[in-house]
Structure formats: C-alpha cells, structure tokens
Design a protein around this ligand. Sequence first.
Ligand code: FRU
Length: 434
Amino acid sequence: MKNAVHLKSPQGWINDPNGFIYYKGEYHLFYQHFPYAPVWGRMHWGHAVSNDLLHWEHKSIALFPSKKDDRSGCFSGSAVEHDGKLYLFYTGVNYTEEDPENINLYLNNDFTAAQLMITSDDGVRFDNINDKRTVIPPLTDKNIGCGINTRDPKVWRGNDAWYMVLGSTSDNKGRVLLYKSTDLTRWEYMSFAEKDGFGWGWECPDYFKVDESGVLIISPMGFINGGKKYNEITVCVLADFSEKDCTMRLSDNYQLLDCGQDLYAPQSTTDEDGRRILVAWARMPEPMDGFRIGMFCMPRIVEVKNKHIYFRPHPNVEGRFTKKISDTSEADENGYKIVLELKNGDSIDIGGYVLERRDNKIYADRSAVFAGHDEIKCRFKTPEICDGERLDIYVDKNLIEVYINNGEYVLTNVVYGLSGDIRAKDYELYTIAY
Ligand code: FRU
C-alpha cells in the first residue's frame, strides 16, 4: 500500500514541507530531507506526488547540493507554475567551516544563505547541475536582514507581478522581507514587516489571502513559551498586504497554528478547486521503526471567519474514513478516526493519550505515551471554545490530530507506544474504506 494520510519519509530524516503545488493534474509535495540517516544534515529535497491528497507516492530526490551557493544544503522554499513550467525557489547554504566529525553540520553558526531557483518541465526531473541559478545573493546590508538567517522563499503571483516573502532577522528581532519581480529571475527588495515579542528570527513565512483576509504564517525562533524544547512554535497573524507599495501590516493578535505545539514550518497552496490547503511538519524526538523520522499532518483546509482562522481536515481525507468499525484492531495501518461529543467534565483515553474538557477548553495529556522526553512539553490546552462539542480525532501510530468543532482549533501531538484501548462514554470509530 502507498504511504497514505500522513506523508512519511521513505527513510532517513524529514523536516519542512517545500514546494507544495497542484501542477499538471497532480499534487507535488517536496520536503527537507537527509536521506542517509534519521538525523538532520546536509539538506536535499525529497519528493512525493499524489492525485487525491490521501495517497502519496515517493519519487526520486529532486534537489541536492551541487553549487557553491548550496554546497552545504538546499533549505526550504516553494513552487509556482508559469507558462506550464514548474519553478522552485529555495535557500542554498554554504558553511564557512564544516564540523570535521560530521561534515553535514556547520561549526560556529556561520554560513551564507542565498536564494536560488530551478525549473522543471514535468515537475519530476530537475537538472541540478545546469539549471540552478542564484536569484538573490547573500544579504550584506544588516539593516535589511541577516546574511546568515534569511531564508525560506515563499513566492506567489499577484495581479501584476510576482512576490516573495523571506524569513529573516535584524537587531535580534524576527521579520519578513518582501521582494517583487516581473520575470521570476530579477528580484527587488521592497520592504519588511515585524512584530514585537515574536522571537529573534522568523523561519518559513507563508502569506496568502483567503475569504478576503490576508494571513501571514511564521515560525519564530526563540518565541518564549514555557522554556521547554520546541519553544519554536508556529503562529498565524492576519496581515494586510498592499501590492501597490509592497508593504505588509500585521495585526496585533495572533493564533497558534496548532494547540499541540509539535507542528512547525507549515506550507500552503491551493487545491484543484482553489481552496487554500496546508500541511506542516510534525517534529519527532525519536525515529519511528528505528530508521526514519518526521512526518506531515494531513492536509488541512484554511478558512477565516470573523477574524478566526479555521483548519479542518481536507474532504479528500476526511471523506474516506467511512468504514465503521467496533474495535481499533479492525483499523488498517493508516489508523482510525474517533467521532464524539465531549462535554464539560468528560474525558477520553485513547490508548494512553488523554483528552478532557473543562471550562470549555480541551486539555491534552500525552505523558503516558511520550516516555523519556521530559524536555518537551506533554500537556496542552486550547483557548476557550465557542462553537460546540464535536471532536474528530485521527489516530495514527505516532500522530494524533484532534479537530475541535470542524477546525475551530486543532491539537496535534506526536506519541509513542499507544495501546489499542479506548475509554470514553459514547463514540464512533471509522477506518478508511477502500
Ligand atoms: C525550519 C528550517 C528552515 C530551513 C530548514 C532547514 O525547520 O530551519 O528555516 O530552511 O528548516 O532544514
């Protein structure tokens, strides 16, 4: 069976989703990949395709280091289609000094970061030797951004031009940089946007418009959140982007991408029906099956109602969990879905992962299924819930996604060693119907 529901690495290491796009009738999802071991290292772009957002077929590696500007790794980036061609934009890094004991890592936190472009006629074949070009060299003006920590180009088509947002830092404060181009190859720096109290540097920005609202998603580094490991958590802010002068205004409020705080570095695109969809990396402290680490949450539809951002499961995935079962042992390897109404005072224990509703908030506790990872948070809660009591919970061996009221909030957690027992008052169980 193909890799379904949650995209996982075929082997080795996965982090951020990259170049997510519906292109020539298929979804292409690239990802940060170190193919040789389940550790972060010299980054390649792995590649998977899907025609339904449920099943993923792994392709051969799309990008690998080959130029001076990307000799130490092909970092994150995005894709656009233009005149039938696929264009990938990404950050190439070049370490000033490699760690002699592991040449895939740098010493002294010193490297250059440039923005590169590569194209493809079919979305599958890339000429890593002849077709890469540097479109934005490493920054030298500190007032704009840092020459090291400026990365992760997200490109989109505006009305009259192409736009790019980059994650960056200046004066120890995170920011995004905005660039403009009319031909995809010459990029002009236009402006920056920043926000107080959101860490020292921003990674993986994504900007899009949905339901008439502009949304900026950023993954800040050093965002203070209890001081536990993974204090880098992804946040969403409503944003006004003006194409006329290429400036972005960020709202004061923010929302977490996911209340479980394991998801990071998401990337969005539009699906074949034009809906905004998003996937994100689920950070894992230890490998699954011993040899591979990292996976993505299932594709989510992004909607904005009354200034609140909703993330609900994509209907292509949700719509397939229709086979009713009475016990978790009847589920296949892609897991199962639990549907229930959780009222104040109620709880559900899913093989050791506990959810409880109190004061109209959902509390999650994974301490029984996350042994040995005390440095990472185990208890989470949502803000107060407005819309109702329904939970749709997707349970995979190593990832639980809890959708509250069809996406008012989502709480996603990595787990290890779940049992098959469920304890709750009333619930329904489903698995994928083939
Ligand atoms: C985020 C990130 C990106 C970078 C990539 C490197 O997880 O640090 O900013 O491009 O991972 O793998």
